[in-house]
Design a protein around this ligand. Structure first.
Ligand SMILES: *Cc1c(COP(=O)(O)O)cnc(C)c1O
Length: 505
């Protein structure tokens, strides 16, 4: 997962570049962030980057998201409904949204008008115009627009502000451009007659440039900001999931899973129910009863600390619950597969060890399998973890090494960064600047390594090291200070500590 902040920067730059290219004023174009199917925390991330307009397509999912975010204090978001409108969903839409862009028939307009709560200001609406001439797409036919405009004007709780159109899903860009041009001229026709007509909503990730060229005042962008949408897969639906423990890492795994899996099929258990609020907010069941969670689950994530895992395993084993149909996934560090299988009397167990950058989708997840884990189990768990980063498979000894290099690794890298920053500051650089300098240097160097898979890292280093030069002088000191020796001892010490832990459980 690319960072949303980063994606937003790129999208805003694109909007700005296209508006320059097509001689539009940047302030005339609103970016609507389309967050349908995406979790609340992604909305919050975009919000924290300064975005205030969000678009949703599914009334039930959206209403829950909006209510929950309002409760958390995100009250100044302007929510746009952009999906097809079913008659039985108009009440939810009228209650929760600020603007509805997909009004395409009179009955829907009338119901939204009647169901708009009286204490709220009139609901703003756009008419969705069918410009792509595809039967299956919703939208008012151009020939019917005039009648619908008149009908909406007569409804006191609705305020019409313009048109919305969806370009045809085709490789033929000239065709899309012609559709946008058609909607633009319809819009301009009305705009000359009425001053309150000011929104022309056109353009998505694939055709935003054409839309800006043809006068769009609002581009609706989903994929380029939040990544591809994962619709809940059948295969995952059949697998109820339990989380024993809702701490930090469990939460990170949970977040990855709910991107492709219905949160409603997940049960999270923990000793303090009030700490499980965030799972409940996403639609999952929560309980203080571990056995209750395990009972109906096909996949059980063991997310408790290693120190209490033994007692949790004993509790599960002695509950009498049928464990034969269950896959267990443990994230307890230092806790061997054999220690788990001894207690549970099954070998369908997977050990995983994600490192902390997994929270950003940039993690390394070490994965090790017991002998009764099937290929289907492996594939399922890898699908569940794919939003956290790269999975590296290995035996349990490899797991320990991956733990030392990648689990402890971030701290080693932080230490290195701290040292660079403090040297920059010691030589007179402002603390804030020093941090930016080092962040960019480490991020940039890692990116160089990633982008240049055909080069060895040594050759990248040599490319910036001329003999007798400044880098050369610095590297020589690293050698004299036995840098490799220090790293060797560092990794060995982490490994030795892992072995000590293993003996404890
Ligand atoms: C989903 C959706 C979008 C966003 O599409 P992307 O291709 O992800 O940018 C825009 N408009 C409407 C009406 C949508 O349903």
């Amino acid at each position: 997962m690319d960072s949303i902040v980063h994606n937003l920067k790129a999208v805003n730059t694109q909007v700005s570049n296209f508006s320059q290219l097509y001689e539009r004023k940047i302030e005339d174009i609103t970016l609507l962030c389309v967050s349908k199917t995406k979790p609340e925390d992604m909305v919050i991330e975009a919000y924290n980057s300064g975005e205030r307009h969000f678009g949703e397509s599914y009334a039930v999912e959206a209403s829950e998201k909006i209510a929950s975010l309002k409760e958390k204090g995100y009250k100044d978001i302007i929510w746009h409904f952009i999906g097809p409108i079913q008659k039985n969903k108009t009440k939810l839409i009228a209650e929760h949204f600020d603007i509805v862009e997909s009004v395409d028939r009179e009955i829907v307009a009338k119901r939204l008008n009647d169901q708009r709560p009286p204490f709220k200001k009139p609901l703003e609406v756009l008419i969705q115009v069918n410009i792509s001439d595809e039967d299956q797409k919703s939208g008012c036919l151009i020939s019917d627009v005039d009648a619908l405009v008149k009908a909406i004007d007569a409804l006191p709780n609705l305020k019409l502000r313009g048109f919305m159109g969806i370009g045809k899903d085709t490789e033929n860009r000239a065709e899309i451009e012609a559709e946008f041009a058609q909607l633009q001229s319809l819009f301009n026709e009305y705009k000359t007659k009425r001053a309150d007509f000011d929104i022309l909503s056109m353009g998505m990730t694939q055709d935003m440039d054409l839309a800006i060229k043809k006068g769009s005042t609002e581009v609706r962008i989903g994929t380029a900001i939040f990544g591809a949408r994962v619709y809940k897969s059948k295969e995952m639906e059949q697998n109820n999931i339990a989380f024993i423990g809702g701490g930090n890492m469990a939460s990170c795994i949970y977040d990855s899973i709910v991107k492709g899996f219905d949160a409603k099929n997940i049960t999270v258990s923990g000793p303090h129910i009030e700490k499980l609020e965030k799972f409940k907010a996403q639609g999952s069941a929560v309980t203080t009863d571990n056995i209750e969670a395990v009972k109906n689950a096909k996949v059980v994530f063991l997310g408790v600390k290693p120190q209490i895992l033994t007692s949790v395993l004993e509790e599960i084993a002695s509950s009498g619950a049928d464990l034969s149909d269950k896959l267990f996934v443990s994230m307890a560090a230092g806790f061997k597969l054999s220690s788990i299988s001894d207690k549970l009397n099954t070998h369908r167990i997977i050990r995983i060890m994600p490192n902390t950058p997994a929270k950003l989708g940039l993690g390394v997840i070490a994965v090790s399998y017991d002998n009764a884990v099937s290929d289907a189990d492996k594939a399922l768990v890898k699908t569940m973890l794919k939003n956290m980063g790269a999975c590296i498979e290995g035996d349990e000894q490899a797991l320990n090494v991956i733990g030392a290099v990648c689990g402890c690794g971030p701290a080693f890298v932080y230490r290195f960064m701290e040292a660079l920053i403090s040297e920059a500051v010691a030589h007179g650089i402002d603390e804030k600047d020093a941090r930016i300098m080092v962040e960019q240097t480490v991020f940039g160097s890692a990116s160089m390594v990633i982008k240049n898979q055909d080069s060895t890292i040594a050759s990248l280093r040599e490319a910036v090291t001329s003999k007798g030069g400044t880098t050369f002088a610095g590297l020589t000191k690293m050698t004299e200070g036995n840098f490799e020796g220090i790293m060797k001892n560092t990794i060995q010490a982490s490994l030795d500590r892992t072995y000590e832990f293993e003996k404890m459980f």
